[in-house]
Structures are given as structure tokens and as C-alpha cells.
Design a protein around this ligand. Structure first.
Ligand SMILES: NC(=O)c1ccc[n+]([C@@H]2O[C@H](COP(=O)([O-])OP(=O)(O)OC[C@H]3O[C@@H](n4cnc5c(N)ncnc54)[C@H](OP(=O)(O)O)[C@@H]3O)[C@@H](O)[C@H]2O)c1
Length: 323
């Protein structure tokens, strides 16, 4: 089978299509013939040597999400059968013609969606559900600030939160991205290149913040959180080391948390898949949540696909097709 590997850490040119041995399924795994793979910022960080894959997973084949058709099932698989169309959350290895994954990390392709759209869903939906809704305990009527509203994560958080009655504020880098986020349901978009989000939000405040910047956003985030507010980190692209006033946390009764999804075990991911299925799949099937695919590249053009994401003009997801 064909896979795309990281030949060494570096720029997009280090990605290469190679032939690798076929995969065997373990008892509780399915074998998926992949039709589409999602590209995420994490793949770029892995390629650059800044985000190591968990030890037990493919260290050189990136890819955290796919959609395709099940072509084999392990002896203990109960929920799916050969021929089922599924999308799946992976810990790596998704840039491949075939993948094996625990059945608990698979979800049926939502009705009405093709493989490209379905493959764009798992990584961002699982991340947003686990962080904003499970860790952040956000409630209808509260206000969520999502940094990077046009990112894969952003378009997901905006749509789910809006559909569940949460007021959504977001930061974006251009007017066209703001316009798009308003269409998705954002209540307020702040262009972080020309506006200071802290100044814009300090009067009304927010209850939950989903942040991937860290750095100088940390104190600004704390300053605009309401009492009992929750600050949730999913990356620290703007800086990892920050100064913290414990007194401020105490007096505002804040919660500061964060997580990485990739290294969680299959039990957690199975439980999360169930929660996503119960809470988000119906939003997709009723049209309240629409996948946002910016551009799809054939697998052999993966270098251009990575360049596209790095350029930063995208709104939503960049995808690979294996058809
Ligand atoms: N911890 C986890 O489990 C987990 C899981 C998934 C993703 N993540 C993280 O989530 C982040 C988003 O991932 P993705 O794949 O959705 O990325 P992406 O589509 O490449 O988007 C990156 C986003 O960052 C925004 N951005 C850059 N500088 C900014 C700034 N100063 N202020 C506000 N926004 C800024 C960009 O906004 P503009 O284009 O408007 O400039 C863009 O929307 C990444 O950092 C990724 O590592 C973490």
C-alpha cells in the first residue's frame, strides 16, 4: 500500500510517497480503505520535529483522521462490518491508503456527507468537544472566546457552540475570515491584526476561552475572563512560558486547564466518540453544523497541501484524497 512518510524533520519537501507493507488487524480493530485524510496543524508540527508521535504509533506516517470503507474486521469487532463507511480518529498513520484503528474510534459517515467532508471532522470535533464541553463545562447562555476562528478548530467550535445556544466571540486575521465566521454563527469577530481583543472584550467579559496561542495572550485571556471563568489551552504557538498571578486565579475563582488528544488511550477516545456521536452527529445530520473544506489535494500532491496550510490563507480544512 502507499503511505506518505516524513523522511526527516524539516519543510514540506521532506514528505514522500512510498510503498509500505500491508497492515493486519488486531482483535478489536477494523481495516479501513482510506478515501480521504485530513491535514491538521499538528501534522506540520510533527513534520518540523516539534510534536512527537506517541511511542506506540507510526513515527513517520502523519495523519490524525481519515474516512473510508471498512474492508476487514478483527475477531472481536461488534459495532461495524465490512462495507461500512466510517470516519476515524487516529494517533498517527492517516496519510495512508489503508489504516487499522480500534472500532471505538470510528463513527459512521454522517448521512449526506461524502468521504472528503467526513474525514475533515474527527480531529477538530473530538478536540473541541473534549476541551470546551467536557473540560470547560460550557453552558447555554455563556460566552465562548475561540482564538483563530477560521482554523479547523475554530470553524468547529463556532458551529457547535452556536448550535447549542452559546454566544461565540472569535479572533481572526482578516475581514474575509471575519465575514465567514459571522456566517457560521459567530456573534462577534475581532481582527487580531488591527484590534486588541482584550480592549474589545474587557467590559462584557467571557466565560470560557479556547486558546492555542499562550504567550502574551495568557494575561490578556485572564483579564477578560468572568468570575468562575475557564481558560483552556490546546497549544502554545505564541510562547510556552508565562507568568501567573495566583491571587488573580483565587479572587476570580478561575480554572486554567488544557490537554493533548493524540496521546490519550483508546478507552478515552472510545468514550469521547460516544459523546461526540450523541451530541454532535445530530447537528451535522440536521445541517446545523457544516464541514468546511477549503481545498482538497490528491495524495501525491501532499507537499503542496502542506504548503497551502502553512500559507495561512485557508478557512476550514485542507484535505488529501486517495481516489
Ligand atoms: N491539544 C490538542 O489536542 C489539539 C488538537 C487539535 C489541534 N490543536 C491545536 O489547535 C490549533 C489549531 O489547529 P488547526 O489544525 O485548526 O490549525 P489551522 O487551521 O492551521 O489554524 C491556525 C489558526 O491560528 C490562527 N492564528 C495565528 N496567529 C494568531 C493570533 N496571533 N491570534 C489569533 N489567532 C491566530 C490563524 O488565524 P488567521 O489565519 O486568521 O491568521 C489560524 O486560524 C493548533 O495550534 C493545533 O496544534 C491541539
Amino acid at each position: 500500500m502507499k503511505s506518505i512518510i516524513i523522511t526527516q524533520f524539516g519543510g514540506p519537501d521532506v514528505l514522500k510517497v512510498v510503498n509500505v507493507p500491508n497492515l493486519d488487524t488486531l482483535k478489536n480493530e477494523v481495516l479501513i480503505e482510506v478515501k480521504a485524510s485530513g491535514i491538521n496543524r499538528s501534522d506540520i508540527l510533527q513534520r518540523e520535529g516539534k510534536y512527537a508521535a506517541p511511542a506506540e504509533n507510526s513515527i513517520i506516517i502523519p495523519g490524525l483522521e481519515v474516512a473510508g470503507v471498512i474492508v476487514a474486521c478483527g475477531s472481536e469487532v461488534t459495532r461495524f462490518k465490512i462495507g461500512d463507511k466510517v470516519c476515524a480518529l487516529l494517533s498517527g498513520g492517516g496519510y495512508s491508503q489503508f489504516v487499522t484503528v480500534n472500532e471505538g474510534q470510528c463513527l459512521s459517515v454522517p448521512s449526506g456527507l461524502g468521504f472528503i467532508e467526513a474525514a475533515s471532522l474527527p480531529e477538530t470535533i473530538f478536540t473541541v468537544w473534549s476541551n470546551v464541553f467536557e473540560r470547560g463545562h460550557i453552558q447555554s447562555g455563556e460566552t465562548l472566546l475561540v482564538h483563530g476562528g477560521s482554523s479547523g478548530i475554530g470553524i468547529t467550535a463556532i458551529q457547535i457552540a452556536h448550535a447549542l445556544g452559546i454566544k461565540v466571540v472569535t479572533t481572526v486575521g482578516s475581514k474575509s475570515k471575519a465575514d465567514f465566521c459571522y456566517e457560521l454563527g459567530a456573534d462577534l469577530c475581532i481582527n487580531y491584526k488591527i484590534q486588541d481583543f482584550e480592549r474589545e472584550l474587557k467590559n462584557e467579559g467571557v466565560d470560557v476561552i479556547l486558546d492555542m496561542r499562550g504567550g502574551d495572550y495568557f494575561q490578556k485571556n485572564l483579564n477578560i475572563l468572568n468570575k468562575e471563568g475557564r481558560l483552556i489551552h490546546i497549544n502554545s504557538e505564541g510562547g510556552d512560558k508565562v507568568e501567573l498571578s495566583i491571587w488573580e486565579i483565587m479572587t476570580k475563582r478561575l480554572t486554567i486547564t488544557g490537554s493533548t488528544l493524540r496521546d490519550r488511550d483508546y478507552r478515552y477516545k472510545t468514550q469521547l466518540a460516544n459523546a461526540v456521536y450523541q451530541n454532535v452527529w445530530s447537528l451535522i445530520e440536521s445541517g446545523c453544523f457544516k464541514p468546511v473544506v477549503y481545498k482538497t489535494f490528491p495524495y501525491w500532491d501532499v507537499i503542496e497541501a502542506h504548503r497551502c496550510l502553512e500559507k495561512g490563507e485557508h478557512i476550514g480544512k485542507v484535505m488529501l484524497s486517495w481516489d
